[in-house]
Design a protein around this ligand. Sequence first.
Ligand SMILES: [Zn+2]
Length: 151
Amino acid sequence: MTIGIEDFKKLIQGFEKPLLTPKEANGLTYSIIELLMKDNCTVELLKLLSRYLSKSAYENIIEERIIGHWCGYPICNIQNDKIRDEVKFNKIAEKFALKSYYSTRYCCKDHYLKSEFYRRQLSEDALFMRIELDKQWFSEGSIENDIRVLE
Ligand SMILES: [Zn+2]
């Protein structure tokens, strides 16, 4: 099933406030991770989620998807046994074994690159530190308007 903006509207109910407490923010982050751990989403939703996701929250989505053998890129719906949560080898080995790094997390190099492209645009700020969360989606000056998703 492909998750879209309409599905997210249901999930965000009760969180439509300018600011969230740390507890609310954690709850919402967890719900987003749960939403995308088994299903893929539309490009539009991935853009919108940049308003709510930090880099580390996005990394958690990737990790959860990998556990279920889903390609780490949330746009993709490929499930493959080659995708698995490998024991993390040390950083230097990882650097020299980049091919193995992405091929155990993504269905193809293209999706690894697209996922990285998206991740790098995300803010490091925790969700509870963000303001104007209730601003209209895709309105002028909103975070998601500046996000590019490679298609
Ligand atoms: Zn993929």
